[in-house]
Design a protein around this ligand. Structure first.
Ligand SMILES: [Zn+2]
Length: 71
């Protein structure tokens, strides 16, 4: 019984996890399906856009601060 459990542990093939749904997938893949890849890309684009917006807001606040201080 114990020997078989150890053998099972060793026999788990190397695998990766889908970047979107965390399902086990082959090592040379990033996603389990095209759907997951699209969802991940959409999410990443949104995240990039958001960080860009934050940068823009920070820049505008800086300009307002400089304007108020009077430089
Ligand atoms: Zn997936």
């Amino acid at each position: 019984m114990k020997k078989k459990q150890i053998a099972d542990l060793i026999q788990v093939p190397p695998h990766a996890h889908c970047l979107w749904c965390r399902k086990p997938i082959p090592v040379n893949k990033l996603f389990c399906s095209v759907k997951c890849e699209q969802a991940y890309n959409r999410w990443r684009r949104k995240k990039n856009l958001l960080s860009f917006a934050y940068l823009g807001v920070g820049f505008i606040l800086m300009i307002i601060a400089i304007y108020i201080i009077g430089f």
